[in-house]
Design a protein around this ligand. Structure first.
Ligand code: SF4
Length: 373
């Protein structure tokens, strides 16, 4: 199975991909769910209950500023209203079904959703700074062949509440205060640009100073290269920062491991990124997974540099995190050092990102996949 030194793998399956269709949405339950509703929707909810409009603001404050998870905690509401909400309105944040703690301090959580689906989020403390890795979909339509989530296919989009709820649940679980700075990265399960509407609804809740209060500059969305989504995102303001999961430097190989490249090749992708409107000082992050004997040659390094120089960017080299059945191996340390030197010499900012939680099924989709199998 190991393809070290074999060049292009010949036996990767053609996965069924369907990103050009909207992903299914969660079917509403018998009771409305307040968790994840924006203020206008909360106003409509309280109006339907015959309550005055200011109640919506109180509920919004409790949900997103206080991160309360049960109606009993809403001390800013009357006892009678709390009892009524308990009976008539759900407050379903994602629940932690299982957690795996890594020796490096990160914790991977499998979240149980209202319909029984499972998605993953990772809490990664780095000194004083914490990063939360979030999922955007149940499964994924993009079919990247190196990815455990890609094996599942697309099940459905996460709702705005399920996206923001991963943050609420992890911040509560790990005891973060309301004004602690955290970074959010959409690098978990799913292609975030395939669920952009719900993601932007969640982004508004996450970045609202009266809500979760996370700076938009601390939120990064990573795409596999869905150019139509990149163009849509570029027209929005405020918006998350953009990262691209690049992983290959030739169309031939990228089309094999990331089927989206068959529609938008590297040239089309670079053109879309060059046209993406950036703020002063903002750069697009290029994530490049190093697979031994497959994507880690010095020629790859030169092509990667040429791609990165077409727009303001920085490069994250990610040594592959092996998982059962992947068929790939991580690069040698010597090759990582050589590639860093090559990119730096061409004036490119480069960093090496070690996958956190390698000892706890760290790559996206692995915990859920192991749980399901
Ligand atoms: S790498 Fe990302 S975009 Fe590709 S299949 Fe996995 S989750 Fe989807």
């Amino acid at each position: 199975m190991v393809r070290s030194g074999q060049g292009l793998p010949q036996d990767l399956p053609d996965r069924d991909v369907s990103w050009d269709q909207p992903a299914p949405e969660l079917q509403p339950g018998p009771r409305p769910n307040a968790a994840g509703l924006a203020l206008p929707r909360l106003k409509a909810l309280v109006a339907a209950l015959g309550e005055p409009p200011f109640r919506a603001g109180q509920i919004y404050h409790g949900l997103y500023r206080m991160r309360w998870t049960s109606w009993a905690q809403f001390s800013n509401l009357s006892k009678a209203l709390r009892a009524r909400l308990e009976a008539e309105v759900a407050l379903d944040w994602p629940l932690i079904r299982e957690s795996a703690h890594s020796e490096d301090g990160s914790t991977k959580h499998a979240f149980l959703l209202a319909d029984g689906a499972l998605v993953e989020g990772v809490h990664m403390p780095y000194g004083k700074r914490t990063t939360l890795c979030l999922s955007s979909q149940v499964g994924c339509a993009m079919g990247c062949t190196f990815c455990a989530t890609g094996l599942m296919g697309i099940k459905r989009n996460l709702t705005a509440g399920e996206i923001a709820g991963q943050v609420v649940t992890m911040l509560n679980e790990h005891g973060h205060g309301p004004d602690e700075a955290v970074n959010l990265v959409f690098m978990g399960m799913g292609e975030p640009l395939h669920n952009l509407d719900n993601l932007m609804e969640a982004f508004a809740l996450l970045s609202d100073p009266a809500g979760l209060g996370i700076s938009p500059k601390r939120v990064t969305l990573s795409t596999s290269g869905l150019v139509s989504g990149i163009q849509r995102l570029g027209a929005l303001k405020p918006r998350p920062r953009l990262a691209l999961s690049l992983n290959a430097t030739t169309d031939e190989y990228r089309s094999r491991i990331m089927p989206v490249n068959r529609v938008w090749n590297l040239d089309a992708l670079a053109a879309a990124l060059a046209a993406f409107p950036l703020e002063t000082g903002e750069r697009i992050t290029l994530e490049y997974v190093l697979l031994q004997g497959v994507t880690d040659s010095l020629e790859d390094g030169k092509r990667l540099a040429a791609f990165a120089q077409r727009f303001p960017s920085k490069v994250n080299l990610i040594p592959f995190n092996p998982h059962e059945g992947s068929g790939f191996e991580p690069p040698t340390e010597a090759r990582i050092v050589e590639l860093c030197g090559l990119l730096s010499a061409k004036g490119i900012t480069v960093s090496v990102r070690r996958s956190r939680g390698q000892d706890v099924a760290g790559a996206c989709g692995q915990l859920v996949r192991e749980r399901r199998s």
